[in-house]
Write a protein that binds this ligand. Sequence first.
Ligand code: FAD
Ligand code: NAP
Length: 261
Amino acid sequence: MIEADKATRESLTWVKFWAPNLFSFRTTRDPAFKFAAGQFARLGLALASENGIEEMVWRPYSIVSATSADYLEFCSVLVPTGQFTRALSARAEGSEILVEKDPYGFLTTDRFDDGESLWMIATGTGLAPFVSMLAEKEHWSRFRHLVVVHSVRYARELAYAAEMRQIAQRFSSDARLARFHYVPVVTREATDFALSGRIPTLLDSGELEGKAQLKLVPELARVLLCGNPQMVTTMRKALSAKGFAASRRGQPGTLAVENYW
Ligand SMILES: Cc1cc2nc3c(=O)[nH]c(=O)nc-3n(C[C@H](O)[C@H](O)[C@H](O)COP(=O)(O)OP(=O)(O)OC[C@H]3O[C@@H](n4cnc5c(N)ncnc54)[C@H](O)[C@@H]3O)c2cc1C
Ligand SMILES: NC(=O)c1ccc[n+]([C@@H]2O[C@H](COP(=O)([O-])OP(=O)(O)OC[C@H]3O[C@@H](n4cnc5c(N)ncnc54)[C@H](OP(=O)(O)O)[C@@H]3O)[C@@H](O)[C@H]2O)c1
């Protein structure tokens, strides 16, 4: 339970549905709220409970927007039976939403030494922190390649594909900055552009490295995993077997993860 005085009262300023089960939204941002790209905020909604009494319900949400933006943007799944997302998806612009004053999370690249490539591997809304990271010039200068692998059930859920390409375009004129590699994965329908099959299978088969034309080895790559906990567990095991490791006692690592449930 988070006390309401640990949060600021913000309002919903923009909502966009990518698909019936997936939407993005923006809130006003308290100027005192600072975060690092990759972190998450705790959001609160006042919801009527079964006995009719209003209660605050809180959920963590990765921040999509750039650290410099004067708003906060988030991307949400709609779980039909989910208490928070069912209510949130029905809120109109102008509605109140609470944002806890402090950000959280360790899915940040300060845990890594510089490497040749940064692999940002997501399922579903796990893409959110990586959009924020792409907006930071620091990542384009620290790595020679930035790779986003995004796995969704249906192609319409490939949120932010155009936005990520636009960000990459902004940095493309400077040859000293990283190159962008976008690897969409669609698992439940055929497309002529995306890989099909789950991420761990695509790692085993060599298709991920093939599509990015880069080696996924700890000597060169730094890896962030985010989203479905089963994907995270399977990938963490597979990458550990290749020599990837989390940072420990101040020692920089090559792997960082975040589970969404
Ligand atoms: C650190 C962290 C960051 C998170 N960031 C995001 C985010 O940026 N966007 C987001 O949509 N959710 C995010 N989540 C999950 C989010 O907090 C809620 O769980 C989610 O929005 C559903 O809330 P709910 O009350 O409707 O359902 P809940 O009762 O919270 O969840 C019900 C079930 O829905 C499924 N589920 C929950 N979240 C997701 C999801 N994101 N994608 C697919 N299935 C899911 C799980 O099976 C879960 O058991 C994050 C969670 C954590 C721990
Ligand atoms: N996406 C939809 O069409 C849809 C529709 C209605 C409601 N929902 C709600 O949304 C939630 C699911 O959202 P979501 O589709 O974003 O999340 P998800 O089920 O985690 O699926 C996202 C991507 O992750 C893949 N994946 C799932 N488990 C994996 C594993 N163990 N290893 C590797 N990859 C894995 C999926 O592949 P697979 O396709 O192989 O599972 C899919 O490509 C559900 O709670 C549901 O209530 C979704």
